[in-house]
Design a protein around this ligand. Structure first.
Ligand code: NAG
Ligand code: NAG
Ligand code: NAG
Ligand code: NAG
Ligand code: NAG
Ligand code: NAG
Length: 404
């Protein structure tokens, strides 16, 4: 009888455990353990894929513990495991050649295909796709709990959350969510800081600028445009608009293109003021389309180039900046070019655990569609809250990029 009760107790414990606790669906790695990867089932049917690289450059210094850096891609729906890893900072480039300036020289690197349905991450049912930055942050926090709580070495490494582009919104939300979990004793980790690269934390300021420019901040001044460099509004004009005037002054668009883009920018501002977030996202897509049309396909990641003349950037920028455009055409996110072949070929083979019916996509099409309501929402307050809690926030931006 007692034995039976124990048995039942154990059984209910197991049941409870399996409901509240995320599961490693599977994990794998290299024999030397310098690389580990796997899936965490962050909610029933929702699987996040992660890949951790342990640095061979690690220096043991008790006063300056070796950091671990979580890299979050933009989009939303851009693959960190693909773009961030092979395209930007990982140990190997897209031709599988060693990258001399890999960030592994400075940290262990953790790439996560987030939100679910991005890259190798997947959902068993489309209803499990997340729609907001905070839902994505909750899933990431669940993954961090799973990875960190069982490993004391990781717990001693300060965790830096790095992000680019739309990922800046995830990173700000995750910074807060992770910190709450740490304070509540649920996540055993130390938050080292948050770093936002070219981040999309203030969408309205990227199209319309309400700051009154200060005359002495003007760096360029001529008859049809006046623009200045100010803090979070990269290029603020007395015409209030960001994209059009700078592209006009660079001779990337003509007056007709300028007029059309300015009126769309104004429409976005009105829609945001009315709380019509989905409509603002749609208008933002229209704005990109107008700019592409009038500029002969300016590269949103380097306005000095066209997509065609910047073949290195072509794959990611076209996929990412045209996401709402591609969503409406067939095969959304299918045009992943060389990186798609790499990820679905040799990399998939190496990883061994990718389910047969999961195909890597550079830009998860389910994800960008799901974020239509959150896309234009700012995450500036999150940065203020992080700073108020004493978290270091680093902001870094390029000079020639004009889109998330
Ligand atoms: C990496 O560095 C080595 C040695 O400094 C150099 O020979 C090689 O060309 C570099 N590779 C790239 C891709 O820059
Ligand atoms: C893959 O196929 C299996 C079996 O048909 C199914 O159970 C699973 O949900 C599918 N996964 C995805 C991501 O579609
Ligand atoms: C914990 O993390 C350290 C450093 O990243 C690693 O060397 C070790 O193998 C990990 N332990 C387990 C059990 O995964
Ligand atoms: C652009 O707008 C300005 C001001 O509204 C107007 O004077 C000008 O004619 C317009 N140009 C074109 C090409 O539409
Ligand atoms: C605004 O968005 C809603 C919901 O997405 C849509 O039904 C409506 O047609 C949109 N209105 C405009 C003016 O685009
Ligand atoms: C923030 O960064 C500064 C400069 O690197 C450093 O001195 C400080 O300790 C950091 N603060 C935290 C809380 O990590």
């Amino acid at each position: 009888m007692v034995g039976m009760e124990k048995h039942l107790l154990f059984l209910s414990f197991l049941l409870l455990f399996s409901f509240v606790h995320p599961r490693f669906a599977s994990a794998e790695g290299t024999n030397d353990r310098s690389e580990q990867w796997g899936y965490v089932e962050v909610r029933p049917g929702a699987h996040l894929f992660w890949w951790l690289y342990r640095s061979s450059y690690r220096v043991e210094d008790p006063s300056k513990p070796w950091p671990v850096l979580l890299w979050l891609q933009g989009g939303p729906g851009g693959s960190s495991v693909g773009f961030g890893n092979f395209g930007e900072i990982g140990p190997l480039d897209e031709n599988l050649q060693p990258r001399n300036f890999t960030w592994l020289r400075k940290a262990d690197l953790l790439f996560v295909d987030s939100p679910v349905a991005t890259g190798f991450s997947y959902v068993e049912d489309e209803s499990l796709v997340v729609k907001t930055d905070y839902e994505a942050a909750a899933d990431l926090t669940t993954l961090l709990i799973e990875l960190f709580n069982g490993n004391e070495t990781l717990q001693k490494s300060p965790l830096y959350i790095f992000a680019e582009s739309y990922g800046g919104k995830f990173a700000s939300a995750l910074g807060l969510t992770a910190l709450e979990a740490i304070e509540a004793g649920k996540l055993k980790a130390q938050l080292g800081g948050v770093a936002l690269g070219d981040s999309w934390i203030s969408p309205e300021d990227y199209v319309v600028c309400d700051l009154q420019p200060l005359k002495d901040l003007f760096v360029l001044h001529n008859e049809d445009s006046h623009f200045c460099l100010v803090t979070h509004c990269c290029i603020c004009t007395i015409m209030k608009f960001s994209w059009g005037p700078v592209l006009k002054v660079m001779s990337r668009i003509d007056e007709n293109g300028l007029n059309q883009s300015n009126s769309l920018a104004l429409k976005i501002q009105q829609q945001l003021a009315e709380g019509k977030l989905e409509n603002a996202t749609a208008t933002w897509s229209d704005l990109e389309r107008v700019i592409l049309l009038y500029s002969n396909n300016v590269d949103f990641y380097n306005f000095l180039l066209d997509y065609e003349s910047n073949s290195a950037a072509v794959t990611e920028s076209r996929i990412r900046s045209n996401r709402y455009i591609e969503r409406t055409s067939t095969g959304a996110g299918a045009a992943n070019g060389g990186l798609g072949n790499l990820m679905n070929g040799p990399i998939r083979k190496k990883l061994k655990i990718i389910p047969v019916n999961v195909t890597w996509q550079g830009q998860g099409s389910l994800v960008s569609a799901a974020f239509v309501g959150d896309f234009m929402k700012p995450r500036i307050e999150e940065v203020d809250k992080l700073l108020a809690k004493g978290v270091n926030v680093t902001v870094y931006n390029g000079q020639v990029r004009i889109s998330p």
